[in-house]
Structure formats: C-alpha cells, structure tokens
Write a protein that binds this ligand. Structure first.
Ligand code: KG4
Ligand code: ZN
Length: 336
C-alpha cells in the first residue's frame, strides 16, 4: 500500500511517499524560509499562497521521480492541524480533491503525531511504550506513548514553546529567521558562563516555562558590553539552560512512568547540544534514546505519510468534508 503524505501546516511544503511493506520510498521538501526571512518571521498569507503555488508541481515531481502514476497511490495523508489555518487548508483541500479524483481514502493527521512517529522511519525504530519529548516551534510536550494514537499528556509548556524561545532570543541577539539554527551556530563560539535559570526545575511536575529565559536573555544582552563574543556567550548560556531543563524534565518523566525509552522529536531536536545533553542523561539513567535524522526533526512530508499509513492500515479514514484544525489537542486522538 502506497501512502502519499502532504505537510503544509506552516512554512514548509513537504511530501512523502511511504509503502506499508517497503518503508519510505521518497520525500521532497520545499522550504519557504527565504521568502519569510525578509519579514523576520512567517507571514501566514504568503505561506498559504506559496503552498498553493508549490504543492501540485511537487506532487507531480514526486510521482515522476518514483516512476509512478497517480493510480498507484492507495491513500493520502495530510496534516489537518495544528498550524496556520490558510496553510492547513491548502494541504487539506488538495489532499481531499486528489483522493476524490483517484477514488482512494484520505486521512487527517495531527502534525505533532507526525513528529512523534518520525523516529519510526529510522533503521532502529523505538518499540512502544516510550516517553516522547516533542519540541517544536509551536509546542513543547512530554507524552506517555502506549501505541499509535494512545497518548497521555505528561507535561507541556505553560507559555512559549522551546522553539519559540529560541526564535525570540535569536531575534533579540540580532540574528535572522529562523532563529533556532542561527542561535545554535553562534552558541558554538561561546562559553555558557552567564548564569541562566533552569525554569520550573525546582518544583515537582513536568510542565515547562520558557518565556522567562527570553526575558533573562534580554536583560543580559542589555547589561553586556555588546560585543560579538558576549552575544555568543549569551547564546551558549541560553542554549545550555534549555538543554538542561529539558534533560531534568525528561529524567523525571522516565522515573514517574517507569519507562526506559525516550523519543525526542520536533524541530528543536535537530539541535546538537540538546541531543548530546539528553544523550548524557539517558546514558546515566540507562534509558534508550531515539531521535529522527536531523532532516526529519523539522517539518517534512515523510512523517505525515508514515503516520497516515498506520491509521489507514487500522481502517481509519475521513469523510468527504474538508476540515482543518488550527488548534487540536493531541490526547483527543483515537488509538489504532
Ligand atoms: O518542528 P518544526 O520544524 O515546526 C513546528 O512544528 O513548529 O520546528 C521549528 C522550530 C523553530 O522554532 C526553529 O527555530 C527550531 O525548530 N529549530 C531549532 C533548530 N532547528 C530548528 N532550534 C534550535 N536548534 C536547532 N538546530
Ligand atoms: Zn513541526
């Protein structure tokens, strides 16, 4: 069974083709970063219009490169939320229309479920159950994962998501969009000597709060000598504070659930310092750690094709109505 995955929830037009037995066949990504960087962040209307322009040509390219006709596709999975409404609707209407034309089922996929299942595309996929740390631009979630669709929320950010904190701190350091990778590149030249707090680690619980770190960074920037080296040191101190906070909460989540596997996914999981801090924690606690490859940490169509394939195999699919959900609670999903 060939499943085409379509991702358009934000600033990336992503396509994936997943085969139930053969695994991932192909994937393509068109990033809108260059277009939005001029404005210092994602402009939703421009994002929607660009998805309209790029999506169908990308579907044609994918089929051509796989030497497949549309008639070979057995199901279509598309990101139905959470995300930008206009951007989501482009993916949803295109997916539903193609499914109608090709007379095949379509399935709405939760974007964060896509991220959560992305490590399943790797050679050594994590067996269920596990704890998942999902760190993206819009969400920071700790989830007890018992199976596909069987998610119990353990903790979440009460304010900024981890990626949002990276992006905002990068902005106040004068770095461009998207801030996460740029801040991380600057941090590589700095020492984490400024003493940043590790928010909400001094009390019990698995929730996060990252907005204070951004304010702390702003005050530190205002008080420093303004040199490039000081900015690099602030970037390194901020990044260490985020990494340590995530590691402390993950260790706590593993202890609380009694689980010994940790899956880390979402755009911020591409960060090398965060990966090595979590690896050191996992090593000490004898937990097994799983990441997707860096290109599947950030938004992509392969993870949507995989998640949709699992749901289609379980007999789930959508009616003909086109729906998108800018907000969508992950623990409201039904299991497979
Ligand atoms: O998962 P994602 O591609 O999109 C959302 O679902 O939001 O995550 C994007 C976020 C952005 O905030 C971006 O700055 C951050 O992931 N990010 C990083 C890195 N690469 C992407 N943050 C820190 N270090 C990175 N290397
Ligand atoms: Zn994402």
């Amino acid at each position: 069974m060939y499943v085409l995955g379509i991702e358009t929830s934000c600033d990336e037009t992503g396509l994936g083709l997943y085969h139930a037995q053969k695994g991932l066949v192909h994937h393509l990504l068109y990033s809108q970063i260059d277009m939005h960087s001029e404005y210092g962040g994602v402009v939703p209307e421009l994002a929607s219009r660009d998805h309209v322009r790029k999506l169908l040509p990308l579907v044609r390219q994918l089929l051509q490169e796989c030497q497949l006709a549309g008639s070979a596709i057995d199901g279509i999975a598309y990101t139905a939320g959470p995300g930008l409404m206009g951007a989501l609707l482009v993916g949803a209407t295109t997916a539903r229309s193609l499914a109608w034309a090709w007379q095949i089922p379509a399935i709405a996929v939760h974007h964060m479920e896509g991220h959560l299942l992305a490590p399943m595309l790797e050679a050594n996929p994590p067996p269920f159950p596990f704890v998942a740390l999902l760190i993206s631009g819009g969400h920071t979630l700790l989830v007890n994962v018992q199976g596909v669709g069987r998610y119990h929320l353990l903790g979440e950010s009460l304010d900024d998501a981890a990626g949002e904190a990276f992006d905002k701190t990068a902005k106040l350091l004068g770095l461009g969009y998207p801030g996460g990778p740029k801040l991380s590149a600057l941090a590589a030249h700095g020492k984490p000597d400024f003493k940043f707090p590790r928010p909400m680690t001094d009390r019990p619980g698995l929730d996060f709060s990252f907005s204070g770190l951004k304010t702390f960074a702003l005050n530190t920037v205002n008080a420093c000598d303004g040199s490039w080296q000081s900015h690099a040191d602030i970037a390194a101190a901020f990044q260490s504070a985020v990494a340590d906070t995530l590691a402390i909460k993950c260790k706590r989540a593993l202890e609380q659930t009694g689980l010994q596997r940790l899956v880390v996914a979402g755009g911020v999981s591409a960060n090398q310092h965060i990966r090595s801090t979590l690896a050191a924690m996992a090593d000490k606690t004898k937990a097994q750690l799983y990441f997707p490859r860096p290109e599947f940490c950030t938004d992509n169509g392969a993870m949507i094709a995989y998640a949709g394939c699992q749901r289609l195999l379980a007999g789930q699919h959508e009616g003909l109505a086109i729906a998108a959900y800018p907000r969508w609670a992950m623990d409201s999903l039904v299991g497979c």
